[in-house]
Design a binder for this molecule. Structure first.
Ligand code: SAM
Length: 291
């Protein structure tokens, strides 16, 4: 019986065998703890009818586990040096495919057509490279891929921001963007000690369950997101001040007050206290007024 890749012994064996050296610039912190791996895989609720897309497989610790649970697995890895290693460690799993690519550049709809046409649902499961977590998650969501859920290990603070409810310091444009598309759930906090090399920050596993339709109805998504983001440009300022800087520079104070009243929002509130529904209402009122 072979040891899991996600153990210090087997990981070191593989690294030594291939003379692999970690690249910090690619966010290479490999998982060496089977318990954490189990938590990630369980949270994705995979079955043989499901597909799993992994981003950044490293030396295949998580990929191996996904291949044991899911009917089709595709792992996208940017580092060419890892491809022959992955080919070898994944040899026992013919339904696990490795693609050498940058996930931010790859056409994911095409990838889904090619690799996941036979499965019912697809999950993204990954221990993400921390330097590009937000662009990767936003790409997955904005491209409206037919995903069931996304289970990712990311920096703890970023996970807390994604899952934050209105009213606290963690709530901001990332919370709203993620919660527009998903229902987030923090699965567990993960210490630095379960990686080699150890990262500088603590991590967390978060599950994002995709909604059937967005949390709120908006006429113009781009407008909604832009207006919402403008309310966080200066976090300490009131919503009226932020909106004035963005939409009423040097202009009509009374119109802004009227529009906020129409939306039922006190001008003295801060961006971090508004719910998604309030941002949706506000953007609809602004749009109707031709702002
Ligand atoms: N899944 C492995 C594990 O858990 O041990 C490795 C995780 S490591 C945190 C992140 C991985 O993502 C590295 O293998 C790195 O080379 C890869 N990576 C970094 N940027 C990437 C990108 N833009 N596209 C695809 N993979 C990337």
């Amino acid at each position: 019986e072979r040891l899991d890749i996600a153990t210090p012994k087997r990981t070191k064996e593989i690294i030594n065998k291939y003379g692999f050296s970690f690249k910090k610039s690619l966010g290479q912190n490999f998982l060496i703890d089977s318990n954490i791996l189990n938590k990630i895989v369980e949270a994705a609720e995979l079955t043989p009818e499901n597909g799993a897309l992994e981003i950044g497989p490293g030396i295949g610790a998580l990929t191996e586990r996904l291949a044991q649970e899911a009917g089709a697995v595709t792992a996208v890895e940017i580092d060419r040096r890892l491809i022959p290693i992955l080919k070898e460690v994944l040899e026992p799993y013919p339904h696990a495919k490795v693609r050498h690519d940058d996930v931010l550049k790859v056409d994911l709809h095409q990838l889904f057509r090619e690799d996941f046409s036979e499965v019912e649902k697809v999950s993204v499961v990954a221990n993400l490279p921390y330097y590009v977590t937000t662009p990767i998650v936003m790409k997955l969501l904005e491209e409206r891929l037919p995903l069931d859920n996304i289970v990712v290990m990311i920096q703890k603070e970023v996970a807390q921001r994604m899952a934050a409810p209105p009213g606290g310091k963690d709530y901001g444009s990332l919370s709203i963007a993620v919660q527009y598309y998903c229902v987030p759930e923090l699965i567990c906090i993960v210490p630095k000690t379960v990686f080699i090399p150890q990262p500088n920050v603590e991590s967390a596993v978060i599950r994002l369950k995709l909604r059937d339709r967005p949390a709120v109805e908006v006429e113009d998504e781009a407008y909604f997101f832009e207006l919402m983001q403008s309310c966080f440009v200066q976090r300490r300022k009131t919503i009226a001040n932020n909106l004035r800087s963005r939409y009423f520079e040097g202009g009509d104070r009374t119109q802004l007050e009227q529009l906020l009243a129409e939306a039922g929002i006190e001008p003295s509130r801060r961006g971090e206290t508004l719910s998604l529904q309030e941002y949706a209402t506000l953007s609809s009122v602004f749009l109707k007024a031709g702002i």
